[in-house]
Every structure is written in C-alpha cells, then in structure tokens.
Design a protein around this ligand. Structure first.
Ligand SMILES: NC(=O)c1ccc[n+]([C@@H]2O[C@H](COP(=O)([O-])OP(=O)(O)OC[C@H]3O[C@@H](n4cnc5c(N)ncnc54)[C@H](OP(=O)(O)O)[C@@H]3O)[C@@H](O)[C@H]2O)c1
Length: 246
C-alpha cells in the first residue's frame, strides 16, 4: 500500500514541488493549501499522479481538523507530514506592531503545531510516521530587519529537537529542512511591518542595505526542487538525518 503524505502550503514554491516529488515517488499525496483557488498549477502538473488537493489553513483549527479528518477517513493513516506553510515578516524589532509579530508566529510556529497535533494521534496509533518541518537558514543565523521571521524559525528548531526525543519511543521520526535562498514566491509573499514602510523609520537605511544585499543573492537562488529532494530523502531514508541544510 502506498504511503500517505500531507504537505501544507502546496499552492506554490517548496510545498508545490515537494507534493509533486512525493507523488512521483510513490506516495499518495494530499497537497493542502489555504486557498484552493490557487490549485490550478499543481493540478495541471500532477495529471496522472496520485495527488489530491485539500483546503487547509494552518491558522484555523476547523480547517486543520477537517483536512486531517478527510485524509484519515479516506486512507486511515498518515505516514509523512510536511509542515511547509510560512511567510516572512520584515521590519526591525522597534518597528514591529504586536499584532504583526503575533500573526508571524501564528502561521510559522503555532500553525505548524496545530497541524502536528492533529496528525500525531494517528501516527502514534500506527507506531510510525515522519514529521518534516521546513525551517530556514534564518533559523540558524539571524539577520537585521527580519527578527520576527528568524524568531519563528529558531523556535521551529527548538520545537523539532524536543519533538524528536518525545516521539522516538512511538516510532515517529522528526526532521528539519533548512533551505537557504530558494526561487519561490517567498519574496512576493513578504509582509512588511507598517512602521518599516515609513521612510522616516530609523531603520530605513538598514532595510535599504539589506534589500540591496538580498537582490543579487536571489538571482543565484536554488530551485525549489532541491528542497523537495531533501524532503524526499528525509521521508524515505531508513536512517534519516535530523537536519538537512539545503
Ligand atoms: N524561498 C526561500 O528562500 C526560503 C528559505 C528558507 C525557508 N523557506 C521556507 O519555505 C517554506 C515555503 O516557502 P516558499 O519559499 O515555498 O514560499 P511561497 O512560494 O510563498 O510558499 C509559501 C506557501 O505557504 C502558504 N501559506 C502561507 N500562510 C499560510 C496559512 N496560514 N495556511 C496555509 N498555507 C499558508 C502559501 O499560501 P498562499 O499561496 O495562499 O499564500 C504558500 O503556499 C516557508 O516555511 C518558508 O519560510 C523559504
């Protein structure tokens, strides 16, 4: 029987490539996204592959529950969960409104926990499973003007380390994928803190400098397929690493 994989944030970028790569390699894939109006690209690419699109907003309890219940009622199991959904909030700490910071944590950290909690009872019952959390190089080193994003990705590292210990006795493995610069819609999805958009912000020159640094780096960014390949390796290796730096 094919293994069942659930991927969050599959409408574009790393999630889209990961869902397709798992489907091409024998997994029954549930490519989840918050807005199924964006499913066209993956549905076109997945013709003939065992891939189904499901609505799942990692910020919404009911959406997460409905999606996980739907997978379990169809397949009775979930072998691989890829917690990929995320975005970056940009702005220096002093320029961050508390609601902007909370929204960043809601998706990148609490959303990951929400989906994980929904999937774990089934994995524990199976006594097997792999949870793959998409972190970031920004979860190893922090840069000025993206402190909120780094805080969420550092948190993903800590959470994942603890989870790996907690879940090993239940036969469940945990891995963290740490992408560097990858060509996706990530930059267009950046949320700018309102105060950071003010040219009078004391951090405006720093932000300009960061933007000028990141531009050329983006031109040399790696394709999302490289991250998808690391996820595939973490999902299929009999002896997976805990961290995959891409
Ligand atoms: N690209 C990079 O250089 C890079 C580097 C390191 C780590 N990462 C990480 O890789 C992951 C994927 O990013 P990407 O580069 O592939 O960017 P992307 O192309 O912008 O994809 C992000 C995905 O997350 C989804 N998403 C955002 N909020 C969501 C929510 N509340 N519920 C469900 N889905 C949600 C987006 O959905 P919508 O289409 O609806 O917005 C989209 O499908 C993120 O966790 C990111 O932090 C990326």
């Amino acid at each position: 029987m094919a293994k069942v994989a659930v991927v969050t944030g599959s409408s574009s970028g790393i999630g889209l490539e990961t869902a397709l790569t798992l489907a091409r390699n024998g997994f029954d894939v549930y490519a989840t996204m918050r807005n199924t109006g964006k499913a066209g690209q993956i549905q076109e690419a997945a013709k003939g592959l065992p891939l189904r699109v499901l609505q799942l907003d990692v910020n919404e309890d009911q959406s997460v529950k409905s999606a996980v219940d739907a997978v379990l009622s169809e397949k009775g199991r979930i072998d691989v969960l890829v917690n990929n959904a995320g975005y970056a909030l940009v702005g220096a700490v002093e320029d961050l409104a508390m609601d902007e910071l909370k929204a960043q944590f809601e998706t990148n950290l609490f959303g990951l926990v929400r989906v994980t909690q929904a999937v774990l009872p089934a994995m524990r019952k199976q006594k097997s499973g792999t949870i793959i959390n998409v972190g970031s190089i920004g979860g190893r080193v922090a840069f000025p003007t993206s402190p909120a994003y780094s805080a969420t990705k550092f948190a993903v590292e800590g959470l994942s380390e603890a989870m790996a210990f907690e879940l090993a006795p239940f036969g469940i493995r945990v891995a963290v994928i740490e992408p560097g610069m990858i060509k996706t819609n990530f930059v267009s999805g950046i949320a700018m803190a309102k105060k950071a958009l003010d040219p009078g912000s004391p951090y405006a020159p720093m932000l300009q400098k960061m933007n000028a640094t990141i531009g050329p780096l983006l031109e040399n960014a790696a394709p999302a397929q490289q991250v998808a390949d690391a996820v595939l390796q973490a999902s299929t290796s009999p002896d997976p690493e805990f961290r995959y730096l891409v």
